[in-house]
Design a protein around this ligand. Structure first.
Ligand code: C5P
Length: 232
């Protein structure tokens, strides 16, 4: 399973910035967009219905992490919004993830965050007192995510092979940290180009600033989309 459209991270503070950004795309172009905490907390569910009414697919990136009962009820609400994909933290445990799945139902893709890509091995060992390698922790969380019946994980494109090997080939890997050739890495450290991510086995790529901050976002989007689909 994969989508030919790179997912655009709409990391904007308000409705007007989203509208102004989307005006740079041709009318009727169906996009796959990611709504993160900033935009969702600023605009609420209205931003979801607005983007859906424009025909866009939606990944709601809220990374839920709470007691199973609370996560299940919250997921039931998110399912009603009609989002195509959403996520939780694998650190919430198998019981919490299974509850999330019950709440979200079958309507879309449910994935989990393993270790955030901003966490170094040193920080993980010190802050979380997990005394293994970062790769082992990512693998462990991916296996627990599969055990809970979720569809896949958010991960670095560098981790896709390890994750699929230790779960199953059709386990969804959604990968941020994607940069077109020659672009600014921003604060992302270990990046891959769209075609490298595809070759590594990514099912979905998420791209933010290279598109949102480009003078001509549609042109950059098309170039990224072409590269992402180059081998198919
Ligand atoms: O601008 P950039 O392409 O770096 O944006 C990547 C998006 O993916 C951001 O919204 C960021 O929060 C998100 N993300 C990430 N790494 C993760 C999970 C999410 O960069 N592990």
């Amino acid at each position: 399973m994969f989508d030919t459209r790179p997912i655009i991270a709409l990391d904007f503070p308000d409705f007007d910035s989203v509208k102004a950004f989307l005006e740079k795309f041709p009318e009727g172009e169906s996009l796959y967009v990611k709504i993160g905490m900033e935009l969702y907390y600023a605009c609420g569910a209205e931003i979801v219905s607005f983007l859906k009414s424009m025909g866009h697919s939606i990944f709601l990136d809220l990374k839920l992490h709470d007691i199973p009962n609370t996560v299940e009820s919250a997921m039931r609400v998110l399912a009603k919004l009609g989002v195509d994909m959403t996520n939780v933290h694998a650190a919430g445990g198998v019981e919490m993830m299974a509850a999330a799945k019950r709440g979200f139902g079958q309507q879309g893709i449910l994935i989990a965050v393993t270790q955030l890509t901003s966490t170094s091995q040193e920080q993980m060992q010190d802050n979380q007192n997990i005394q293994t390698s970062l790769a082992d922790s990512v693998k462990h969380y991916a296996q627990k995510t599969a055990e809970a019946g979720l569809d896949g994980v958010v991960c670095s494109a560098h981790e896709v092979a390890l994750i699929k090997e230790s779960t199953m080939a059709d386990f969804v890997c959604l990968t941020p940290g994607i940069r077109p050739n020659g672009s600014n890495k921003g604060d992302q450290k270990r990046v891959m180009t769209p075609s490298q991510a595809r070759a590594a086995g990514s099912n979905f790529i998420v791209v933010g600033r290279p598109i949102t901050q480009a003078p001509d976002p549609y042109q950059v989007y098309q170039a990224i989309k072409t590269d992402w689909n180059a081998s198919i």
